[in-house]
Design a protein around this ligand. Structure first.
Ligand code: ADP
Ligand code: MG
Ligand code: ZN
Length: 480
């Protein structure tokens, strides 16, 4: 039998607010355990939560950017469970009436037609603390609880079970990642858990209308692992069914070392959590005016910007997509064009030399030592024939190293291109005189020899001769 995989993703997005969702404690990463806590996030009896407005603003932005409608009156709920990382005995989350609902993202896989993936809901919730094992500063090597992360704001973005392959799941995840980092509401760091994903996977016979039983794979922390985990899980479920077994609804863990998933616990149902509205928090009322203000404040989103680059700047779709892969890169590109660079050339240099240098030195585009204006100046020097494209790469490396302007480097190192035909003719004459054999071969029809002469002239001029002039003069002189 043939099987159709079905996938739905739940993504946790850690928000870039300075303070926690229901108290004023700092959200800064890496502080001394429990140094960023107060009665509210410690869950002490009687302490009352106060909602952080910034979290609501970020949630609205996320919702508007993913085509959701914003719920005018949304409520917080208690999700009850008992575990040491959660001293209150419940997590404040949203259950009924989450802040955003009924959105979608259009994804593209391998140049196929766009496919619309539904977003069921986006809700706000607090993160839990962290258990620390055997690395306590105190006596003994037992386990402890660090509550610095408790009460850190999260958005949970829940997709419809619309995804049909691991590739679609990764494409959806990448697009969501791009949007939240673009909005500046999440740092997107998957290794540190700022953007983490639970993948729900099931399989059903091809043509069936009834979804199979799903397994939920927890906290997969890279795009690569998401793909691996989903593929492994699809294979496991198919084998199980083919062997006469049945898939049970459960929570599974992905082990990156083995590439396999293994059972963690049977899956809780919503009623196990005994959700109920949190009596300590009033309903959150969001006015139409507030939503409109947020809409106006939204930046131009990656997709819109990509299309503008294609339309206004006539970039090919591929270039426009790469250059809008993150907002800072797109800003850099636009600054280069604003400084007078030709869009296609600026794009090529960013995708070529700049990306290479950034990767080699582990630098982010925000800290690129060559400014967009300097890049545009360098391109202008190629365009007006002052230097060749090849020499420009040498100049670029020096700009990167020293921070000097291209003009300074070219003057200091005497790199100005030689276009003067008299000077080049002199070189050609010398070379032809010294290579009588090759000249004869060329004249006897061995066209390939032409490259030899070009190489000799470029070498003699230390790469500075203008290649176009060299070609032209060589052609006429070799003809004899
Ligand atoms: P829970 O919190 O219990 O995991 P949610 O409703 O929050 O439940 O999330 C369910 C997720 O599982 C959604 O992303 C949904 O698309 C996905 N899902 C639901 N049914 C299936 C299924 N049969 N196969 C794959 N994914 C599914
Ligand atoms: Mg879930
Ligand atoms: Zn606190």
């Amino acid at each position: 039998m043939k099987y159709q995989p079905v996938i739905g993703l739940e993504v946790h997005v850690q928000l870039l607010t300075d303070t926690k969702i229901f108290c004023g404690c700092s959200t800064k990463f890496g502080a001394e355990p429990n140094s960023q806590t107060c009665p509210v996030c410690l869950g002490l009896p009687g302490a009352l939560p106060v909602l952080n407005k910034k979290v609501v603003e970020f949630a609205i932005k996320a919702g508007l950017s993913t085509n959701c409608s914003i719920t005018p009156r949304s409520i917080f709920a208690r999700k009850n469970y008992f575990y040491p990382d959660l001293p209150k005995g419940y997590q404040i989350s949203q259950f009924e009436d989450p802040i955003c609902q009924h959105g979608w993202l259009d994804i593209a896989v391998d140049g196929e037609q766009l496919k619309r993936i539904g977003i069921t809901r986006i809700h706000m919730e607090e993160d839990a603390g962290k258990l620390v094992h055997g690395e306590l500063s105190g006596p003994g090597d037992g386990s402890g609880v660090d509550l610095n992360r408790a009460c850190t704001p999260l958005l949970e973005v829940v997709s419809e079970p619309d995804l049909r392959s691991s590739d679609e799941a990764v494409a959806y995840l990448k697009q969501l990642h791009q949007i939240v980092t673009w909005l500046g509401i999440c740092d997107g760091n998957m290794e540190e858990g700022s953007f983490r994903c639970d993948a729900n996977v099931s399989v059903m016979p091809v043509g069936s209308e009834v979804l199979g039983t799903r397994a939920e794979i927890k906290n997969v922390n890279s795009f690569k692992f998401v793909k691996q985990a989903i593929e492994y899980e699809i294979g496991r479920q198919i084998d199980l069914i083919e062997d006469g077994g049945t898939v049970v609804q459960e929570t599974r863990l992905f082990d990156p070392n083995s590439g396999k998933t293994r059972s963690m616990r049977s899956k809780e149902e919503a009623h196990d959590y005994r959700y109920f509205p949190d009596p300590d928090l009033v309903p959150l009322v969001i006015s139409e005016k507030w939503i409109e203000k947020s809409r106006r404040e939204l930046p131009e989103l990656p997709e819109q910007r990509q299309h503008r680059f294609m339309k206004e700047l006539e970039l090919p779709a591929y270039d426009a997509e790469v250059l809008t892969s993150n907002r800072s890169l797109a800003d850099y590109f636009e600054a280069g064009v604003a400084a007078g660079g030709n869009a296609k050339s600026v794009g090529n240099w960013i995708m070529g030399e700049i990306t290479r240098a950034l990767n080699e030195t582990g630098t982010v585009i925000e800290e690129c030592p060559v400014t967009p204006e300097q890049l545009a100046a360098l391109l202008a020097l190629i365009d007006d024939g002052t230097i060749s494209g090849k020499i420009a790469k040498t100049v670029f490396d020096e700009m990167w190293r020293s921070g000097k302007t291209p003009h300074t480097i070219i003057t200091e190192q005497g790199l100005v291109q030689v276009s003067d035909s008299g000077a080049i003719e002199g070189l050609i004459d010398e070379i032809m005189a010294a290579s009588a054999g090759q000249v004869a071969e060329y004249r006897n029809g061995k066209d390939k020899m032409f490259g030899f002469f070009v190489g000799q002239v470029m070498k003699a001029s230390k790469g500075k001769a203008n290649p176009a002039v060299v070609n032209e003069l060589l052609l006429s002189k070799l003809k004899g």
